[in-house]
Design a protein around this ligand. Structure first.
Ligand code: HEM
Ligand code: HEM
Length: 182
């Protein structure tokens, strides 16, 4: 199995990036939703700090992923997939990229317009060239508080489609993103 994608399956780089980003986003959704019900205080501040630190790592991985997709394009659809499924797969994949980047950018902007740097687990912070601005902070907060819903809906569809291909259609779609095809 090579580092690059082949015409049949994903290579090692795309697989690691896919699963690291997937795990990161599921943890971010969990931490984000958890902290939204909490009272102000140290515990909530700490969860937000971990959430934003992990999100900054996911931002880097996701950017690497997009760049890698141009360096090494993904394999085509496996044989026998009907036209409507090819179309919906592409729509969901691009929808995921868009929702993830909007959510990441909104998180970064709400932090920056709140007058803070993007944290990295306390090692350092990344300061964006953005002025502190209360109105803009609230605007980005609104986008961030909304966008995770369509993102979570697309992730659900995406996971159901992967399981449907694997267990019902019994093709190689899940294998080529995990253990590989024979
Ligand atoms: C795909 C990536 C991300 C996901 C899925 C995500 C998810 C969430 C969710 C579900 C919430 C709760 C929203 C609510 O209260 O209604 C939240 C809040 C928050 N997120 Fe994210 N987030 C992501 C990226 C980021 C980034 C990049 C940052 C900053 C570096 C960030 C910083 C924050 C902060 C500070 C809050 C608390 C906001 C507030 O209510 O004032 N997030 N996030
Ligand atoms: C949670 C966040 C997730 C995101 C943002 C995400 C995003 C994506 C994207 C954008 C692709 C297209 C590959 C590319 O061309 O770049 C993809 C492929 C794939 N994902 Fe995910 N994914 C996530 C989670 C999952 C999970 C939990 C599963 C397992 C059930 C899964 C299974 C797959 C499979 C099997 C493929 C390959 C599809 C194919 O061969 O056409 N993904 N994912």
């Amino acid at each position: 199995m090579g580092l690059k994608n082949s015409s049949e399956q994903f290579g090692t780089v795309a697989k690691y990036l896919h699963w690291l980003v997937a795990a990161g986003i599921l943890i971010l959704l969990f931490l984000g939703i958890e902290q939204s019900d909490m009272e102000r205080g140290d515990a909530r501040t700490y969860i937000r700090f971990i959430h934003a630190s992990l999100a900054t790592v996911v931002f880097m991985l996701m950017t690497a992923r997009l760049v890698w997709r141009f360096v090494s394009p993904p394999p085509g659809h496996p044989d026998g997939i009907p036209g409507w499924q090819r179309m919906s797969t592409s729509l969901v994949h691009w929808g995921l990229y868009i929702c993830v980047f909007v959510q990441l950018s909104a998180g970064a902007m709400l932090t920056a317009t709140g007058g803070k740097g993007l944290p990295m687990f306390g090692f350092f912070s990344i300061w964006l060239p953005v002025e502190e601005d209360h109105d803009k902070h609230e605007w980005w907060e609104g986008i961030h508080g909304f966008m995770w819903r369509p993102l979570a809906a697309l992730i659900t569809l995406h996971v159901l489609a992967a399981l449907y291909n694997h267990f019902v259609i019994k093709n190689d779609v899940l294998r080529r993103m995990t253990i590989g095809t024979k």
